[in-house]
Design a binder for this molecule. Structure first.
Ligand code: NAD
Length: 272
């Protein structure tokens, strides 16, 4: 396993298992993406609502890395689902990114009464070739079952909050059974999972930080992970996770840290 390791999605295409998240990257997004690409990252996770697609696009162009060596994800925001402007939102994302296709396009949140018709638009974007894969985010098991019952293309991924203190193993099991890759958002709990004694001890025995232990734990679980940082030293640190292995005991210890404690909103009660 290394920084370019890819997993096969259910449509036969591949996704880099490790990448960079850019939520709240602010004005530093472009430099963060450039630093990540320099460090060997090839997968960037953004979203229309992050307001930084242009910066991601600028960094891609400036890096000179061929488009087909990169994996770029963006997401449709709730307001466009409610206004039924999903196709226009997708075109705008492409324009801001300066790309003629994205590797993955996701429904950001399961907006009640809106996600089925939205997903049907995503299916048409997939068929047009402008979204090489489509999927969802923040779909609990009941959202996912409803989607599977009413649409044709099984999502390639489901992006959920997943970290040591928030492990939704029901959705992980369902995704595995349906051939849907789980992507972990806020893998570090936006920082809240760090400074833990168990993680510190495990890290100590491998010469690694708590952040590196969490990232490695997710990779070994077969989950896609894109920690966020805008600092070059941390961007490099977070990718330095391919020269050690957590043993079964260490994996079990972290699996046992679940508190069902979200840092973000619950997909059943969010109201934005
Ligand atoms: P994260 O869990 O990756 O944590 C990032 C924060 O942890 C940083 O801001 C920094 O404070 C700290 N950090 C990062 N590396 C560190 C290191 N090596 N040492 C110490 N501290 C470190 O946070 P996130 O941004 O919430 O999640 C990652 C990505 O997931 C996002 O950027 C975004 O792409 C995606 N995401 C998606 C959704 C969704 O609804 N689909 C929601 C949240 C995040």
């Amino acid at each position: 396993m290394d920084i370019t390791t890819k997993l096969k999605m259910n449509n036969g295409k591949e996704i880099h298992q490790f990448g960079l998240g850019v939520w709240r990257g602010g004005a530093e997004t472009k430099n963060a993406v450039l630093a990540a690409l320099k460090a060997g990252y090839r997968h960037i996770d953004t979203a229309a609502v992050y307001g930084n697609e242009e910066q991601v696009g600028e960094a891609i162009r400036e890096s000179g890395i061929p488009r087909d060596a990169l994996f770029i994800t963006t997401k449709v925001w709730n307001e466009d689902m409610r206004k039924h402007t999903v196709k226009a939102a997708f075109e705008l994302s492409l324009k801001k990114l300066g790309l003629d296709y994205v590797d993955l396009y996701l429904i950001h949140w399961p907006v009640k009464d809106e996600y089925i018709h939205t997903y049907k638009v995503l299916e048409s974007l997939y068929e047009s070739g402008k979204a090489k894969a489509i999927g969802v985010s923040n779909f609990k098991t009941h959202h996912l079952q409803d989607l599977l019952d009413h649409t044709d293309i099984v999502p390639a991924v489901n992006q959920m909050e997943f970290n040591p203190q928030m492990q939704d193993n029901d959705i992980l099991k369902m995704c595995t059974e349906k051939g849907i890759l789980l992507e972990a958002w806020s893998p570090l709990g936006s920082g809240a999972c760090l400074n833990d004694e168990n993680l510190k001890t495990i890290g100590g025995s491998h010469g690694k930080s708590e952040a590196q232990v969490i990232i490695r734990w997710l990779l070994q679980k077969g989950i896609v992970v894109f920690p966020k940082s805008v600092h070059e030293n941390r961007i490099i640190e977070n990718a330095d996770v391919f020269d050690f292995t957590l043993n079964d005991e260490e994996m079990a210890l972290i699996n046992g840290m679940n508190k069902n404690l979200r840092t973000g909103p619950d997909p059943d009660t969010f109201n934005f």
